[in-house]
Design a protein around this ligand. Structure first.
Ligand code: ZNH
Length: 141
């Protein structure tokens, strides 16, 4: 459950991310594929080498989806409903992987934002990514 303070922090944080969405998304994915190589199994059709344009393109989509979610903090389920269908029925990504991407995204934020990624921001953003992951996983059965 996101508190009013969490929501405020998440919106503030995303203002700092907004100009770098593609770059941060790309770095988070590159990091995920190297740190947790098991995540590569979902992308057999991608070029997963460092510098891959496909990773960059996908990073842009994932970051844009997160940006949209930030605009809908009061009804994430509705905002992410199509993506939730896609992940549950088509992609069938093991939800454990959502935590791995979240972890990588947070390392990217810490590396780029430094002091601006304060413990309060970290706490709020971690709750946000967990909430997004919960929605993406809610239709699995
Ligand atoms: Zn996912 C896809 C988001 C996680 C795997 N995704 C996708 C997209 C998006 C997303 C936006 C696109 C769609 C369209 O196109 O329509 N994701 C997302 C988010 C998250 C995620 C937001 C969290 C946060 N995913 C994930 C993970 C994984 C995945 C963790 C594994 C590891 N996805 C995926 C895949 C796909 C996707 C495989 C498909 C790709 C292609 O293109 O093919």
């Amino acid at each position: 459950m996101l508190t009013a303070d969490d929501k405020k922090h998440i919106v503030q944080l995303w203002e700092k991310v907004a100009g770098h969405q593609e770059e941060f998304g790309n770095e988070a994915l590159q990091r995920m594929f190297i740190t947790y190589p098991q995540t590569k199994t979902y992308f057999p059709h991608f070029d997963l080498h460092p510098g891959s344009e496909q990773i960059r393109g996908h990073g842009k989509k994932v970051a844009a989806a997160l940006g949209n979610a930030v605009k809908s903090l009061d009804n994430l389920s509705q905002a992410l409903s199509e993506l939730s269908n896609l992940h549950a029925y088509n992609l069938r990504v093991d939800p454990a992987n959502f935590k791995l991407l979240a972890q990588c995204f947070q390392v990217v934020l810490a590396a780029h934002l430094g002091k601006d990624y304060s413990p309060e921001m970290h706490a709020a953003f971690d709750k946000f990514l967990s909430a997004v992951a919960a929605v993406l996983a809610e239709k699995y059965r």
